[in-house]
Write a protein that binds this ligand. Structure first.
Ligand SMILES: NC(=O)c1ccc[n+]([C@@H]2O[C@H](COP(=O)([O-])OP(=O)(O)OC[C@H]3O[C@@H](n4cnc5c(N)ncnc54)[C@H](O)[C@@H]3O)[C@@H](O)[C@H]2O)c1
Length: 335
């Protein structure tokens, strides 16, 4: 049984607390938050867990195995570092941290201390993303030309991070995971309509080492709620719509083929319109799958899929995108 503490039980952290409470492989030992009202509500819901506002007390418990950090982004680095130095395995919600050096430091610290650090890149644990990954690897889509994703809503407006840092970690992590390729540069444009210097809408374009490209549109100021990822391949195209209740994945047998034997331009570029299929994907709450993965890694000393290195890769793209954003979209190289 893995003893877990959840730090921060706001809008998202309470979902993590629920999952760790429900998993038979874990014991929700502590719930820690600075807000007494939240602690009171959690105590009523999970009477077996100790609620506290003292993070130091949590870390001082030698029986505690793992710390799950679900506070807001700016506090992740300090809290995760303290937990690693206290010898705990750590899960950190996205965005991992706000500086590339901090991501590197935490990853090295974990490796030196033989501790696990895992980043909450939820979509890497989504069953549809897993299916897309195996389709790409099997060559079912042909060569992937480009991917684009949209994460839009008229939703919670943050003051401590912009729409890029709040939403795009999901899109960047899933696209890097799906492609398994090295991003070369990123160009980002956006605008701060509601609060100065906090962009509400961001469009970013990532180039990869070959001609593959990815485009991400994130916004909390949009009339539509959209969670969609489209992959255009040389053989087939696929659309993952996470707002669909059951038919989340559609595969389009569509494409364009260049002919060697032609008289007209229309014959040279032949368009192909085939079937649209809806593969069956066994559903499951991605967060539960992610929590199970963390517990499995802690128990069996495995490297998580979204480990510190994955966190570094994503933060490097976010950092370059942020610099491009402040420089009118000039492409910024990703180290
Ligand atoms: N994976 C996802 O799909 C997903 C979705 C939403 C949010 N998130 C991430 O989860 C994290 C939390 O987001 P949220 O929307 O729940 O934020 P929130 O503001 O609703 O909650 C944060 C909570 O952390 C507490 N807190 C802050 N500093 C603390 C500290 N030092 N010690 C203990 N508690 C502290 C606050 O009191 C608050 O209850 C963010 O990193 C966010 O990006 C992930």
């Amino acid at each position: 049984m893995i003893e877990v503490a959840v730090i921060g039980v706001g809008g998202w952290g309470k979902n993590l607390a629920r999952n760790y409470y429900q998993l038979p492989e874990a014991n929700l030992r502590y719930i820690c938050d600075l807000d007494p009202a939240k602690l009171e509500a959690m105590q009523r819901q999970y009477p077996g867990a100790t609620t506290t506002s003292s993070y130091d007390d949590v870390l001082a418990d030698p029986e505690l195995d793992a710390v799950v950090i679900a506070t807001t982004g700016p506090s992740h680095y300090e809290l995760a570092k303290k937990a690693l130095l206290a010898g705990k395995d750590v899960y950190v919600e996205k965005p991992f941290v706000l500086e590339v050096e901090h991501a590197v430091e935490l990853t090295e610290l974990a490796e030196k201390g033989d501790r696990i650090v895992m980043v909450g890149h939820l979509l890497e644990y989504h069953p549809v993303v897993a299916r897309l990954k195996s389709m790409i690897e099997a060559g079912d889509l042909g060569d992937v030309y480009y991917i684009y994703s949209q994460r839009l809503n008229l939703g919670t407006v943050r003051e401590d991070e912009n729409a890029l840092w709040n939403f795009a970690p999901h899109d960047i992590s899933s696209i890097l995971y799906l492609l398994g390729k090295k991003p070369v540069d990123v160009s980002a444009r956006g605008q701060d309509y509601l609060q100065r210097d906090v962009e509400d809408v961001v469009f970013l374009t990532i180039s990869f080492e070959d001609s593959t490209m990815a485009h991400i549109h994130v916004s909390w100021l949009d009339p539509h709620k959209v969670r969609k990822l489209t992959i255009v391949g040389s053989s087939k195209m696929a659309v993952f719509d996470d707002l669909e209740s059951s038919e989340k994945l559609k595969v389009y047998d569509k494409g364009a083929r260049l002919s060697q034997d032609y008289d007209t331009f229309a014959e040279y570029v032949g368009l192909r319109f085939g079937d649209i299929t809806i593969p069956y994907v066994k559903t499951g709450e991605p967060l539960r799958i992610e929590c199970l993965h963390f517990i499995d890694c802690v128990e069996n000393r495995k490297q998580p899929r979204s480990d510190g290195h994955d966190g570094i890769r994503v933060i490097k793209v976010l950092d370059a995108a942020q610099r491009s954003l402040k420089n009118n979209g000039v492409p910024v190289a990703i180290d």
